[in-house]
Every structure is written in C-alpha cells, then in structure tokens.
Write a protein that binds this ligand. Structure first.
Ligand code: CA
Ligand code: CA
Ligand code: CA
Length: 540
C-alpha cells in the first residue's frame, strides 16, 4: 500500500513539474488546503482581552463575560479549517476579580468575579463555550499585591494598629519603618509600614509566609477546578525583595499549580532585562513575556525602523538558546504590545499598512506562543496624550467591531476617540488586503505548520545582507528556515543551497503588499519582495 502511495505521489509531483516548472512553488501553494488539527498542548496563539473594554453585552458601558461569549464567533468559530473568524486558540483575560479600579489589578476578593463583568455563572458559560471551540483560557492572577480594601488586609491593619504582628499581618509585608530603605514605597499603618511598590492602594503580600502560600494554593485550586487553563502572573518582577527569593517563590507556585492541574500553563510578567528573565526561567515556569522584542522601543519595531533584520535574527537565536538552557521546556512568549504600552500602530502606521503586516509576520513566525493585544489586528491606535497621570486609558479603548457603529464603552470616563484607519472588524473582514485578514492568514499558516511554534531557533543564516533576517527552526528532525526581508522597498533574491535546506519548499508564504508581489522559489532562487516573509522546509 505504502509503495503504491509513494508511486502515486511521485507521479503527482512529476506532473506538477511539467505544469509549473521544476522546483518552483508560489505563494498560493497547495499547503493552504492542509487540514488543521486543533492544538491540544500548551502551544497557542493567545489574544489578550482587557476586560473593561472588549465587549459590552448589556449596555452599561462596561465590557463583560457575556460580551466575550457573543464575540466568540469572531475569535474562533470552532472550525480550524474554515469560517470568517480570527482563528486564535487562547485567551488571556485581564483580572476578573472584584475591585474598585477599572483595571481590577487591586483585588478585593480572589474568589469571585467583579459584578460589572457579570456573574460566576456567566464566567462559567463563557469558559464552556471557549473550550467547545478549542480555545484555552488563562486569567490574570495578581500575587504581588492586594487591594487595601480586601477584608484580609483590613483585618491585618486592625491587628497591626494594636501592635500584633503574628496574626493576619503575617500575610503582608509589615515591618518596622527602619526595615526598608528610604526609597522603598510603603504605606503607613499604626507604627508599622507595608511595602507598596505600585500605589498606596496596593499593599504587598509576604510571599515567604506559609499562611500566604496556603491561601495562594486555595486561590489557584478555586480557579483551576473551575476549568481555567492557567494564569498570567502579574508583576513577577516584584516577587523578589529583601527576604523573598523570587525564583524560589515562582518555582513553588509553578509546582503547586502543576500539582492541581498537570497541564496548567503559566506565563509571567517581568519587564526588566533579559538576564532577569533568564534567571526566572530556572523556576521551571512555562513562559515569561519576551519584553525586549515588544513595544515601540523594542527590537522588532527598531529593526523595522532601521531595515536591519540581520541583527534581529542573531538576537532571536541567542534569546532562544539562553532561555532553553535555563529551562529546556520553556515556551517563548512573543508580543508586540499590551495594555501598559502605547499601541503598536502608533509607531508603525506612518510606514504604511505593509509595515504593520510585516511586524505581525515577525513576532508570529517566531517559535513559541504569541500574544495579540485586542484591536492590534485592526491597527487600533492610542490617542497621543501629554497627560502623565492617566495615560494608560488611551491604550485601553473599546474594541472596534464596527467603526460605523462603535461601542459606547467609557474607560475611566473616556470614550474611544480613535477609529482604526482600516475600520472595525466588520469593515476589515470585507477587505481582502486588510490587516485583520493578514492576521487571519498568519494564524492559519501557524496552525498548518505546528513544528514552527514548537521548535527551537537554532542558528542564524546571514545571506550577507543586513536587511535579511533568517534563522533555522528545528523540531524532531524537521528543519525550517524562516526568512524576513526588512527592506521597505527592495525585493531580495536569495540563493537557497542544498546545504541550507535539502530541496527546499515553501511552507509558509506571507507577502504584505496589496499589488500581488509574489514570493517565488525556483531552482534554488528565492525571490522575496519588500517587507515579506517566508518559511522554507526541507522536502522529504
Ligand atoms: Ca456590560
Ligand atoms: Ca475557523
Ligand atoms: Ca513584592
């Protein structure tokens, strides 16, 4: 049977040669027809939803769980091989727990949902619908700090005022004022102070206390037993302090979660330099966001600005090697922007739509998981502001499903002021050259080629051209070559030798121009138009 099949395959390939010329493949390749199996492991294309601003189902101007459920046909219709959906298969929800703040990063109750987002029943329904469609859901978990209004903290304050430090005060960083250096941010309670790096409303947990760890175990169990697939851990940067070993704490929490749910997925936020991220990977945590490649000052946008792809390839490979050494099972977590950063369209839009599509190619075609901030797929912009006190709200405006009929969500009192140039979801779905349709193609291509996400960036290939970013990705004997042309105007012709990839064929083809510039591989010559990307694979 096998022999007959390979004979038929050879015949088919041969006739293909006659039809199109030998060793030639074009961007509209037959790979498009490849059936996708939905992911069942931790490798996902995540979509970050800022709860307050994504979708309001009941007209109270606040996003909610039912709003997300109503929009699931947009995010993922449950059919990985068709439909008009975006095609993400993971969701990260910013904090859902009760809080007086609109962003909810100061938690008043770890065991409930904020009533403005709906009920626990609404949350469960949303979760069930997500799982039916193969979307895994992780929620933001804030373990560094708590709300000053949380009953446990209020009880601790009562005790501290009476000079009692061995009761509930042990949950928090209460110390004599002399314990801290003058530069440490603290809040005063009676004769004592509690560390509070973010704000006076966010006192910090004592992460070395057994009491705290017992409480955290209960919290993790509460949500994992409910069905959430993992957590995005907030402010990991601040876990370490004078008496807490941040890596030890992170290892303890990772192990604890795995004890509750063996396939839990954890991704942490540490925005400092790469050396600190490398140190934290020793905890065994699955992922830490790769901050150095994100936002307007990060490596991807800077490489687009300078048309220097060659040095980016080197940095991506070095990063992957370093983190793999620190944690062999690590999953890189690439993103372009998040809720704390100016939207990426602000820095790319002036270079045109192709530059925005190209930046998406670069982060999505890197091994590991990807995180797309809601509206990034539309090119949503943040209004420029000189207001230093509340600039964040400009990065968190309401998702634009229909730019002719925008949602009436007011974030911290302010409505969406910026409509994406290409329109909302409705408008961009109808435009085959839109940024949204480009993202849809990228997710499909990634799902059709699962070894790209799951492999390791092993080596750079320079091509002696500063504009070309090229690196190998290897996974279980399969070898891919990812190539991006960072030149804004010039097409590149690159020679692909058999030493690079035996009988290379195009696995993924991502041009960005509207006028149909094709990516062509013919007789070992690869034509790569400006701002376009290709992934080659060794033919079997
Ligand atoms: Ca609502
Ligand atoms: Ca689909
Ligand atoms: Ca802390």
């Amino acid at each position: 049977m096998k022999k007959i099949l390979s004979f038929l395959l050879a015949a088919a390939l041969l006739s293909g040669c006659v039809m199109t010329g030998c060793k030639k493949s074009e961007s509209s390749s037959k790979k498009d027809e490849k059936k996708i199996a939905a992911s069942t492991d931790k490798y996902r294309n995540f979509y970050q939803i800022f709860m307050y601003s994504f979708a309001d189902s009941n007209g109270d101007h606040v996003g909610d769980f039912n709003g997300i459920t109503e929009q699931l046909d947009y995010l993922n219709d449950g059919d990985p091989n068709g439909g008009n959906d975006l095609g993400i298969d993971g969701l990260w929800l910013t904090p859902i727990t009760p809080s007086e703040s609109y962003h909810k990063y100061s938690v008043e109750d770890y065991y409930n949902v904020d009533p403005s987002f709906g009920t626990l029943d609404d949350f469960d329904k949303m979760l069930e619908e997500c799982h039916k469609r193969g979307i895994s859901v992780i929620i933001d978990l804030v373990l560094n700090h708590i709300s000053y209004k949380n009953p446990l903290f209020l009880s601790a304050c009562d005790e501290v005022r009476q000079g009692k430090l061995d009761g509930d005060a042990e949950y928090f960083e209460f110390h004599e004022p002399s314990y801290y250096t003058p530069s440490t941010k603290v809040i005063q309670v009676g004769d004592f102070v509690c560390e509070a790096n973010f704000s006076e409303t966010m006192p910090e947990w004592n992460l070395t206390s057994q009491k705290t760890r017992d409480e955290f175990t209960k919290i993790a169990k509460f949500w994992l037993d409910r069905g959430v697939d993992g957590f995005r851990l907030d402010a990991v940067k601040y876990f370490e302090n004078k008496h807490t070993d941040g890596v030890e704490f992170l290892k303890w929490f990772t192990d604890t979660c795995r004890g509750i749910k063996s396939d839990v997925y954890l991704v942490g936020e540490e925005w400092a330099d790469t050396a600190d991220i490398e140190t934290l990977y020793a905890s065994g945590i699955d992922s830490l966001f790769a901050f150095r490649f994100a936002e307007s000052s990060g490596e991807i946008v800077q490489s687009v600005s300078t048309s220097n792809g060659q040095s980016l390839a080197k940095k991506l490979v070095n990063y992957d090697k370093k983190m793999t050494a620190a944690n062999p099972g690590y999953i890189n977590a690439m993103f372009l922007s998040n809720h704390d950063q100016v939207r990426i369209a602000n820095s790319l839009e002036s270079r045109g739509l192709a530059a925005q599509k190209f930046a998406a190619n670069v982060y999505l075609l890197t091994p590991g998981n990807s995180f797309t901030y809601y509206g990034e797929e539309l090119g949503m912009r943040a209004e420029k502001t000189d207001d230093p006190t509340d600039k964040d709200r400009y990065y968190r405006q309401a998702m634009v499903f229909d730019s002719d009929n925008p949602q009436d969500i007011t974030v911290n009192g302010f409505k969406t002021t910026q409509m994406p140039t290409g329109g909302g979801v409705k408008q961009q779905l109808e435009d085959k050259n839109s940024l949204l349709n480009h993202y849809r193609k990228l997710y499909t291509a990634k799902l059709q080629n699962p070894s790209l996400a799951r492999g390791r960036a092993t080596e750079q290939q320079s091509f002696d051209d500063k504009a070309v970013c090229a690196f190998y990705v290897e996974k279980d004997g399969e070898k891919l070559l990812v190539i991006h042309n960072f030149s804004e105007k010039e097409a590149k012709t690159l020679e692909i030798t058999d030493e690079m990839l035996k009988n290379a064929e195009i696995a993924i083809s991502m041009p960005t121009s509207d006028d149909g510039d094709k990516i062509v591989l013919s007789d070992g010559k690869l034509t790569l138009p400006a701002y376009s990307s290709v992934v080659l694979r060794s033919a079997a």
